[in-house]
Design a protein around this ligand. Structure first.
Ligand code: GLV
Ligand code: MN
Ligand code: MN
Length: 415
């Protein structure tokens, strides 16, 4: 690229982010878009129309991953990819994922307006269901693309209303065999995901962009505790098998194990706790909790999982409850590609942006893209490090800075 000031239309981009946020299952400012729900489908249609307006060629795979391609002059070459997700957890904000999708689109439009002619195609990807809300597993679309989640396993997934993946994707209009979702290695020559940091480092240190070198290794489990129900007044304390009291012990044991790891990078969360029958005057007979454990060091993360297993055995023995653990995923950490990181650094310098190399603590579709293509992530700051909340915020300047660096790098890599 010859200019240091691309014709980035930050007002257009912010307007589109805000319009996308209006497409929600909840009243503004809350964004909730659960995969294959009505809001998810409307949001997809909105973004697709913007991509078509920009002259991109659209393809959608059998799970709904969407590919919007700006054709390069040499179609024989593998494209450069960029993108993220537009589904949103319950009670979310408007930047997580969407900055990478609409920011990626804006980067393409900037390059088009500059008259840039890519040699390699540049492909914007909107991944299906990065969030685990509906099916309990994160990065559904990218996981299947990478072949990490097989079609057989995918067919066993269902939501809390026992509706299966097959039924829900068909109802959403996604057809074709699930086998066709997996992509070969080399599908993209290189791939960059732009994302908000979801942590405080960049804002605290007043740095424009983060160049992500590693993505933390996430693991999640579903744990069912089966005790014995009964009347909250009639049944005396000795001999109770209260499933929720047992769950409480497990939650605290998990927290203690994460805190005892010796590293600030170990985090553990129980974000779901379903109590049956859920009546004020009834002893809980069954409880379902989910665990989410992450670390940039896989062995250290696995030690927390082991500690939780030990706690399950102890609590089960001591309280006489049955504890069933089901591992949903235990993914390795991701190492980003040094050549892409160097290209991002050069672009940041040329754009006059401050930058730092850092780790990603949230998980991202990028971890699965990395199985089939060299990959790196580009972070921008978000206020107070807040994410997965309606007050998530990234300023137009921060977003503009990220898109500027992304556009320059895409141009460099596609030349
Ligand atoms: C993704 O949203 C995550 O939970 O890291
Ligand atoms: Mn998220
Ligand atoms: Mn995200």
């Amino acid at each position: 690229m010859t200019t240091t000031r691309p014709p980035l239309s930050i007002d257009r981009l912010i307007g589109e982010l805000q319009s996308l946020a209006q497409i929600s299952e909840a009243a503004p400012p809350v964004v909730t878009r659960v995969v294959f729900g009505e809001a998810d489908l409307r949001a997809r249609a909105y973004v697709r129309a913007l991509c078509e307006e920009a002259g991109l060629t659209i393809q959608v795979d059998a799970i709904g991953n969407t590919f919007a391609r700006w054709q390069g002059s040499d179609p024989a070459l593998a494209p450069i990819g960029t993108g993220s997700h537009i589904d949103a957890i319950p009670n979310a904000g408007l930047y997580d994922g969407c900055v990478g999708v609409l920011g990626g689109l804006e980067a393409i439009r900037v390059l088009q307006q500059l008259g840039f002619k890519p040699r390699r195609s540049i492909e914007l990807v909107i991944f299906t269901a990065e969030e685990p809300t509906r099916f309990g597993i994160g990065c559904l679309g990218s996981r299947m693309m990478a072949g990490v989640l097989t079609p057989e396993k995918a067919l066993t997934l269902h939501d809390k209303d026992a509706r299966g993946l097959e039924e829900l994707r068909a109802q959403a209009g996604f057809t074709g065999t699930l086998e066709s979702v997996a992509l070969p290695a080399g599908r993209w020559h290189q791939f960059i995901e732009l994302h908000i940091e979801q942590g405080p480092v960049l804002e605290d240190e007043r740095i424009d962009v983060g160049l992500v070198t590693h993505i933390a290794a996430p693991a999640s489990q579903r744990i069912t505790i089966e005790g014995e129900g009964g009347h909250a007044g009639g049944k005396l304390m000795p001999g109770r098998k209260d499933a929720l009291a047992a769950a409480a012990e497990l939650i605290l044991a998990l927290e203690a194990a994460a805190k005892a790891s010796g590293a600030i990078d170990t985090v553990a969360t129980v974000g779901v706790c379903e109590v049956f029958p859920g009546a004020v005057n009834s002893i809980p007979s069954r409880v379902l909790i989910t665990t989410d454990v992450r670390d940039i060091d896989r062995a250290r993360r696995d030690r927390v999982l082991d500690a939780l297993q030990t706690a399950c055995k102890q609590v089960s023995g001591r309280r006489g409850v049955k504890i069933i653990t089901e591992l949903i995923n235990a993914d390795p950490p991701t190492v980003c590609d040094p050549a892409i990181l160097d290209a991002l650094e050069e672009s940041a310098k040329a754009a006059g942006k401050t930058y730092k190399r850092m780790v990603a603590r949230a998980y991202h579709d990028s971890s699965f893209v990395a199985c089939i293509a060299p990959l790196a992530m580009l972070f921008i700051p978000c206020r107070g490090g807040i994410s997965h909340r309606p007050d998530e915020y990234a300023s137009p300047e921060w977003i503009g800075g990220g898109v500027h660096v992304l556009a320059r790098t895409l141009a460099e890599l596609a030349s």
